[in-house]
Design a binder for this molecule. Structure first.
Ligand code: SF4
Length: 139
């Protein structure tokens, strides 16, 4: 059992070694939805504060994270929070296109198109309402 857990951890760590630093920062920020201090993040990811700051600024410019300046134990730092969350598989597993009999004929400029599809319209409306409801439950 312990050996299996160890193998899983090694395999996770080997996968993480192949993820670029930008994605790693975004991944950790998303895991800390309420915010993570830049300084602790650099320690966790073994990055210099100079390199880490540059990468965080890049993520901020792409609109993926927010950086807010704050005083922590008498020193200025930034707290990083996700500006947008990555798409989750659960969020698209009920999409009507997966079982649509017209899927092979459907395209942006065709007669069958998502621009005039009642199924996709209803699904996106329901997803939107669900998201509003879930956000309301969080506050
Ligand atoms: S957009 Fe509509 S028509 Fe096109 S594949 Fe999806 S469900 Fe089918």
């Amino acid at each position: 059992m312990l050996q299996k857990e160890l193998q899983n951890k090694q395999s996770e760590s080997s996968v993480e070694q192949h993820i670029d630093p930008l994605s790693m920062i975004y991944k950790v920020v998303v895991e800390h939805e309420s915010g993570v201090l830049q300084s602790s993040l650099w320690k966790e990811l073994n990055l210099s504060s100079r390199d880490g700051s540059r990468l965080a600024i890049r993520l901020e410019r792409r609109g993926m994270i927010k950086r807010e300046r704050m005083l922590d134990a008498g020193r200025w730092t930034y707290i990083l929070t996700p500006a947008r969350m990555p798409a989750r598989v659960e969020s698209i597993e009920q999409i009507p296109c997966l079982t649509c009999p017209s899927e092979d004929r459907c395209c942006a400029t065709g007669v069958v198109t998502p621009h005039h599809c009642n199924l996709i319209r209803d699904w996106t409306t329901n997803q939107y309402l669900l998201q509003i409801k879930n956000n309301g439950n969080k506050t």
